[in-house]
Design a protein around this ligand. Structure first.
Ligand SMILES: Nc1ncnc2c1ncn2[C@@H]1O[C@H](COP(=O)(O)OP(=O)(O)OP(=O)(O)O)[C@@H](O)[C@H]1O
Ligand SMILES: [Mg+2]
Length: 234
């Protein structure tokens, strides 16, 4: 059910007026099915860019992304859309909820796109929202929710279809420490229960440590951070 993610030699740059920003300069990454990996790194180092490439939301200038053995570059429009709807849950850094839909409708959306039975979708969406403490805010629109509440709605939306791969960009970034811990626990429980592969970007070292592996993105390259047990004693 969970998915293997393999990225090889990823290069990505953006042209900003006359300036070319080289963001990724040959990133390699291998994530085993069911593994939990945290990506940390300075602001602007390309963490969101990398996550977008892994989820097929953007394409690399060079290099290859494979999910479960499928090279994303070989997927055309409809198959890529299906891949994103059914295989990947994506929590965006800046949540991207639909403003004209209330919380419940936002969470139900991937289920409607996938053509699931409405009763199943609604029951599951209600239960997810309940689980993050938003059971009483189902009919609130994003503009009526705080940043952290919106982030929790976005997380529920990403989890609706129990995706085998979850890509989460700062899912606890706007939350107070206690709520952040609670949301991370929920995310981790879900990942454990379903064997979900999780790649998570975070600035929070405590949350990074609670993932199986921590990688640092810096100067366009991804490096492994030594696990505490591997750090030589001073
Ligand atoms: N669509 C775009 N057009 C132009 N430049 C971009 C675009 N997307 C990202 N960049 C640039 O690429 C660099 C990396 O951006 P990215 O959002 O991936 O960083 P990040 O590591 O996620 O940062 P943060 O921790 O602040 O979220 C930045 O310099 C950013 O300005
Ligand atoms: Mg980012």
């Amino acid at each position: 059910m969970s998915q293997h993610v393999e990225a090889r030699g990823l290069f990505k740059s953006f042209v900003d007026g006359e300036r070319k920003v080289e963001v990724l300069r040959g990133v390699d990454l291998s994530v085993a099915p069911g593994e939990r990996v945290a990506i940390v790194g300075p602001s602007g180092s390309g963490k969101s860019t990398l996550l977008h490439l892994l989820g097929g939301l953007d394409v690399p200038d060079r290099g290859r992304v494979e999910v479960d053995g499928v090279d994303l570059a070989t997927l055309g429009g409809r198959r890529l859309a299906e891949f994103r709807n059914q295989k990947v849950g994506f929590v965006f850094q800046f949540h991207q909820l639909l403003p004209d839909f209330d919380a419940l409708e936002n969470v139900m959306l991937p289920g409607r796109i996938a053509g699931r039975a409405l009763s199943w979708i609604e029951t599951r969406a209600r239960s997810l929202l309940d689980g993050v403490g938003l059971g009483a805010r189902l009919d609130h629109f994003p503009s009526e929710l705080s940043g952290g509440e919106r982030q929790r709605v976005a997380l529920c939306r990403a989890l609706l279809l129990e995706p085998p791969l979850l890509l989460a960009d700062e899912p606890t970034g706007n939350l107070d420490p206690a709520t952040g811990d609670q949301v991370f626990d929920q995310l981790r429980d879900m990942a454990e229960h379903h064997g979900t592969t999780l790649v998570l970007v975070t600035h929070n070292p405590a949350i990074a440590r609670r993932c199986g592996r921590v990688l640092t993105l810096d100067a366009g390259l991804l490096g492994e951070v030594a696990r505490p047990s591997e750090t030589p004693a001073p």
